[in-house]
Design a protein around this ligand. Structure first.
Ligand SMILES: Nc1nc2c(ncn2[C@@H]2O[C@H](COP(=O)(O)OP(=O)(O)OP(=O)(O)O)[C@@H](O)[C@H]2O)c(=O)[nH]1
Ligand SMILES: [Mg+2]
Length: 458
């Protein structure tokens, strides 16, 4: 549902998680926040001071709980509005009683998902890039995802976008000056070269940001690693060994796994989705065939395929559908061949060909041989494919699209044959794209989608 500045209700929500906890935080924001505090606490505490108070039901003066009250007068609050926070005991009954009491106050209503963040954006307390970073921080499950979200909060991209925009406005003034005095051709030439210098300077920092490498998306969603191979190759056994728990059923019967079994892992702080699949072979059994189809379909979205074959049957090659995919070949059950196993043990170091693009590993889930080594390699691979660094971080497709649009307009403005009117129009288009990058214009449709992903109370 769309809602915006015209809705001046005071909103409230539980900002901490639902369920039993030591403490729960209830957030209030809007013009009637002071009235809520006066009604429930009997007085307004000094601004921004944690004050211990009795929280009461206003009509009966019954005590609902004792807790900490914080009062943040506008504009010095997260939303930029008059706001308050109640830190109470985290019992469901306490939270329910306070939320019910707030709901009974006139012009109060429960907040919608992300509504506090949205008000903060609408009141100019934060920009869209910062709100998106906040969204990523709330979603962050692993250490690298957390670090990535914090990196986005550096404000560097906002600073750069602001600076580019200011420079473009200077360039636009030059061009518009020319349009007003278009017959003085000498001045026109010098302004034209000045505006070119400005645009070329901007392009130096902006152009490298236009190319996406999928790393940020992968870091957000997790690296998808598919375990595939013929039936009985030891796929489910490997999944269990890496996950360090019995996730999938293992048996000596070929064709045990039918459905996709997905485990979310944290490998060195990187999120990895490891997926076990049905053994791939020719099958007349429609259920097994459906399992195989699912495995093949899922492989299309995989970043990496681990192709497992038992050491005794190394000639079972991956299906043609995997032809252009990144595949690591893994020979399993090496303990079954005493000679190989001994040689491997004598070598100490894992007999893997790390130089080849198609890495080869020999593993044994039974003896644990090379399992840890494989996990380390997966971690390295995750690092190569998800590490995000640099001072200017383009965090998502929306931001990249805005930068690409600005880039396109800037290149068009440099066209030597373009009349000044067109140059001015292209510069305005670039400014517009930079403003949309920061969420100042043209992003209404994005906002509804973004905030619906936020939790209530954020
Ligand atoms: N000796 C030995 N046996 C293993 C090893 N890994 C798995 N096995 C055995 O091989 C059999 C098949 O293992 P699974 O993990 O179920 O094989 P799978 O590839 O998932 O098989 P499907 O789901 O039927 O396609 C089981 O009896 C396992 O105990 C290993 O490293 N060494
Ligand atoms: Mg299996």
């Amino acid at each position: 549902m769309a809602y915006g500045l015209d809705d001046r209700h005071t909103i409230f929500a539980l900002a901490t998680g639902y369920g039993k906890a030591a403490i729960a935080v209830i957030r209030i924001s809007g013009p009637n926040s002071p009235r809520a505090i006066e009604s429930l606490v009997g007085r307004l505490p000094p601004p921004r001071h944690a004050t211990f108070a009795r929280i009461m039901e206003p009509r009966t003066s019954a005590i609902l709980d004792h807790g900490i009250v914080l009062w943040f007068p506008a504009p010095n609050s997260f939303t930029g509005e008059d706001s308050a926070e109640l830190q109470v005991h985290g019992a469901r009954s306490v939270v329910a009683a306070i939320l019910r009491t707030l709901g009974e106050l006139e012009d109060f209503r429960p907040a919608r998902p992300g509504e506090f963040a949205r008000r903060s954006l609408e009141n100019g307390k934060s920009d869209l890039i910062a709100i998106e970073a906040l969204g990523d921080l709330i979603e962050a499950e692993t250490e690298r995802q957390r670090a990535f979200a914090i990196l986005q909060t550096s404000g560097n991209l906002q600073e750069a976008a602001k600076w580019w925009r200011e420079q473009l406005i200077d360039a636009l003034v030059l061009i518009e000056g020319e349009l007003d005095f278009s017959d003085e051709s000498e001045a026109q030439q010098s302004s034209a070269s000045e505006f070119r210098t400005i645009v070329q300077e901007i392009l130096k920092t902006l152009a490298p940001l236009t190319a996406g490498n999928g790393k940020t998306e992968r870091l957000r969603e997790g690296l998808t690693v598919l375990i595939a191979g013929p039936p009985n190759a030891g796929k489910s056994t490997l999944l269990n060994a890496i996950a360090k728990r019995e996730v999938a059923i293992v048996s000596e019967r070929a064709g045990t796994t039918r459905d996709l079994i997905e485990v979310k892992l944290d490998l060195g702080g990187f999120p990895v989705n490891l997926i076990d699949t049905a053994g791939i072979q020719k099958s007349d059994d429609p259920i097994e065939q459906e399992g195989i189809n699912r495995a093949l379909r899922k492989s299309e979205a995989a970043d990496l395929i681990l192709w497992l074959t038992p050491l005794t049957e190394p000639t079972l090659f991956p299906p043609e559908q995997f032809a252009d995919r990144t595949i690591w070949h893994i020979l399993t059950k090496v303990d079954q061949q005493a000679e190989t196993a001994e040689a491997v043990c004598r070598n100490e170091k894992a007999p893997e060909d790390v130089s080849s693009a198609a890495r080869k590993f020999k593993i044994s889930a039974r003896t644990g041989l090379n399992i840890e080594n494989l996990i380390v390699r997966l971690q390295e691979y995750a690092n190569e494919n998800m590490s995000v660094d640099g001072s200017l971080i383009v965090a998502n497709e929306r931001q990249r699209f805005a930068i690409q649009m600005a880039h396109e307009a800037l290149l068009a403005s440099l066209d030597e044959n373009a009349p000044l009117e067109v140059v001015a129009e292209e510069l305005r288009r670039a400014c517009f794209s930079l403003e949309s990058l920061m969420g100042k214009v043209g992003v209404e449709n994005v906002l509804d989608q973004l905030f619906s992903r936020f939790c209530i109370g954020k």
